[in-house]
Design a binder for this molecule. Structure first.
Ligand code: GAP
Length: 468
């Protein structure tokens, strides 16, 4: 099974310390969330899995970590200053503010059950464009609206990659095709954030720009679509909860010739199956738009430089053909937070124990689990048992994230570890002092096995690797 709805995960996440509402003691801040001790581990493990799979396991991708605040020109020439906006309408009567393109998805606060504009009292204004970039000022400025100090928080990590293309190319001595990958925060002043961590104003992206020749771009595009479907499955997301969506010509961003979104079943409770899915990531063919737009050389039809502010030409010279050209780009762009949500929803399982009680199990892939092994003493008032358990924790720690926990009875401790996705519990009991063996309990089957301490590390490592 998977979680029946996002609300189930909101409650588990708060109860167990994965995700909390941000600034909660001051009433919160619309759709902002903080990641607790388990949430930060899960997020790190997801990012590490992505990075290992894409950057380390392949031989053609370099990493990068560019600034969140860049020169404003980056966003002028990327097109964000002019086009990164949503069309907004206001209702003169109820003062509600809505995205014109999402009217069908929301209900009017004054006329529950009807869409904005459909109620008898609705009076919508003409649409106007609202730019989604957060503004800030850089340096000690006298006025908040000083245009020379204006800067933006990046709305995507991608542009930091394009403006570093020549730096990475020259220092890594790469030849086409090759990619540059980056993980980091992005900010969008979303008009209608919501659905927990699905749409927020501050979020994290895992993006990669793959630079290639135009004629190879369609093939690489398809390879990355197939590759990412496999990666999502490898981190535990079930195939039946994933779907591909080919964007129509009208939906494509101004720079893209083809974009395929990978959707996840974030809303399983909806009757209409087609409305159960929403975007987990997008994979776009961005053509040569980005490198050209940030380059000083290209000219428009009248012979005017399209970018008089850039000091660099981001073209590529092919020594074999003696050709100079702007590489085309395939961009797989994936949300960290949406991946966390999909992983949590898919891992959510309920199981009835022999007392008829329903227990929650988070069947995370061990590689993503915040804690791999919990060492539990059966009697915390027996110093020899406690000492042995603490030593075991210390011995296992260099090899796998291990915790020691004696904060409750064994049944409660098992239930807690099941709910946070710990694949194995190791119990130190009275017999351990006699036979130097421990009980290893499996999260998913609840089966228990006696394992000698001398072979415990090998045993656990083997089983963790088997499960992925
Ligand atoms: N560079 C391309 C780009 O940014 P996008 O489709 O706007 O493309 C990519 O964003 C991914 O980032 C989305 O598929 C989603 O996973 C994530 N994302 C975008 N906006 C988000 C938001 N407001 N909250 C959480 N995740 C978001």
């Amino acid at each position: 099974m998977a979680a029946p709805n996002i609300e189930t995960i909101v409650s588990l996440a708060k109860r167990r310390g994965f995700v909390f509402p941000a600034s909660e003691i001051y009433g919160g801040l619309g759709s902002s969330w903080d990641y607790g001790s388990l949430g930060v581990e899960l997020a790190n493990n997801i990012k590490q899995s992505w990075w290992r799979w894409l950057v380390h396991e392949r031989d053609d991708i370099e990493g990068l970590d560019s600034s969140i605040i860049q020169n404003r020109m980056v966003w002028r020439y990327s097109g964000h200053e002019n086009t990164f906006s949503d069309p907004l309408v206001d209702c003169r009567k109820c003062k509600g503010r809505f995205r014109l393109d999402k009217l069908q998805d929301v209900t009017c606060p004054n006329h529950s059950g009807s869409q904005p504009g459909q109620g008898p009292e609705c009076d919508l204004t003409e649409a106007r464009e609202f730019n989604l970039m957060f503004k800030t000022t850089v340096g000690a400025v006298s006025a908040d609206d000083d245009p020379s100090a204006l800067a933006y928080l990046r709305p995507e990590t991608a542009q930091g990659i394009f403006v570093n293309f020549a730096n990475v190319l020259n220092t890594s001595r790469r030849k086409l095709p090759f990619g540059i990958a980056q993980i980091g925060k992005a900010f969008r002043n979303e008009v209608t954030p919501g659905n927990f961590i699905f749409r927020t104003r501050e979020f994290e992206q895992m993006e990669m720009e793959y630079f290639c020749r135009e004629e190879e771009s369609a093939g690489f595009h398809q390879e990355f679509i197939d590759g990412f479907m496999q990666w999502f499955k490898s981190i535990g997301i079930k195939e039946e909860n994933l779907k591909q969506y080919e964007q129509s010509k009208e939906e494509l961003a101004h720079y893209a010739v083809r974009t395929v979104d990978i959707l996840y079943r974030f809303f399983p409770e909806r009757d209409d199956e087609s409305k159960q899915f929403d975007e987990l990531m997008g994979i776009a063919n961005r053509t040569d738009f980005d490198l050209k737009t940030h380059s000083k050389k290209p000219e428009d039809a009248e012979g005017k430089r399209i970018n008089p502010d850039s000091t660099e030409d981001l073209s590529y010279f092919d020594p074999q053909t003696n050709e100079r050209f702007y590489p085309h780009v395939i961009e797989p762009s994936c949300g960290v937070n949406r991946t966390i949500l999909a992983v949590l929803m898919d891992a959510y399982t309920e199981r009835v124990n022999d007392k008829g009680e329903t227990r929650v199990i988070l069947s995370l892939k061990p590689s993503l689990a915040p804690i791999k092994v919990a060492v539990l003493p059966l009697a915390k008032n027996k110093p020899e048992i406690v000492e042995k358990a603490k030593k075991l924790k210390k011995d296992l720690l260099p090899y796998m994230r291990t915790v020691y926990d004696d904060t409750g009875g064994i049944g409660k401790l098992y239930a807690r570890q099941d709910e946070i996705g710990t694949p194995f519990c190791v119990t130190v009991d009275h017999e351990t002092l006699e036979d130097n063996a421990v009980t290893v309990r499996d999260r998913d089957s609840w089966e228990q096995e006696r394992v000698p301490i001398d072979s415990l590390r090998d045993y656990l490592q083997k089983r963790l690797i088997e499960r992925g």
